[in-house]
Write a protein that binds this ligand. Sequence first.
Ligand SMILES: [Zn+2]
Length: 159
Amino acid sequence: MKVFRIMSKAEKNEKAGSGRPGTSKAEGREKLSPETFHVTREHGTERAFSHPHNAEKRDGMYGCVCCGTPLFSSETKFDSGTGWPSFYAPSGDEAVGEQDDRSLFRRRTEVHCAKCEAHLGHVFSDGPEPTGARYCINGVALAFDSEDGNSDTNGNEPE
Ligand SMILES: [Zn+2]
């Protein structure tokens, strides 16, 4: 519960403040595209079907776009039809962290990178076997490393 309280306070500060120089928020903005920054740092959501990771079918590993930590394997990716990259499990027990999210007047479970706390998306309980979980993740929050050696499509290129 302590972690949750700290996060809530940080979120309030983000809403109240306006990107003071010298904060980690300002540092992050230099490296990330506006869309990636909005999703990973401001808990935004990309438009459905907007990101190539959604239809990505190759084998590989999806890592955190901010710190590179491996988060989701293509082995657990499935087509949920939602328009967002979906997985039924993270790559490891400690790859992602989860937190209660009561925004928008409904209860959801927020998912973030366990290492750098970048917001990734949400997890729902209507996924396929064997876990029954559906990790609904923003493509811009993931950097894809294809097993055929072509690592690309981190979503940060200008359109
Ligand atoms: Zn990270």
